[in-house]
Design a protein. Sequence first.
Length: 239
Amino acid sequence: MNDLIEIQKINIGDAETNTVNARELWEFLGSQRQFADWIEYKVKQCRLKEGFDFIHKFVKNPSGGRPSNEFYVSIDAAKHISMMEGTDRGFEVRDYFIDCERRLKSIDHSKMSKLDILKMALESETERLRLEQKIEDDKEDVEFAQRFRTAHGRWMVGEVAKFIGAGPNKFWEWLRDTRIIMRTSRDTPYQHYFDKGYFDWKLGTYEKNGVVVSSKTLLFTNAGVEWIKPVYEKWAKKN
């Protein structure tokens, strides 16, 4: 991960601290939020304290224009942020930082042979390549999602099922079993899920035996997809 998220020693308060650039962490975690919104939310969510958990400073933009506001967070803060992201990648990054700290604390470099140092470098490179491959795999998920997302940010239920790796019929049945949608009301979601903005209706009409009939199709919103994916994946792992 050395090339993916660089660990830098920066003074936070009066102490020299192992830190990471929060923008690089944000990019690696693959958040869909704008960086400025994301870091503001994470500082509040994780209750981080400036001057203790992080610092920020303006860095000259090499392309010209306004300088960028860069945040540097301690490894402990980075672990907390990664865990609170609530994604597989977030937990993977957290575990990586824990392993980095364990190694830094346990190694006496003065007693290491050149062969030991080369072995450590090889292990780090292997880990870096593995994580780079995971990024590429995750990019395929994002591209798949973008292909199915409609112009208004709405998803058919079958599209969501395919996106999260479930069969359409199984996914419909799971939505009923978990009481997300009603069995007795033509597969209508319970109202509180509508109130949270997870679902919408697509209204239309069609002709049947010379009579115009109104219709409605259940759709997931983008917020609904972001919510339902980890919920279903957590259930699937246990079943």
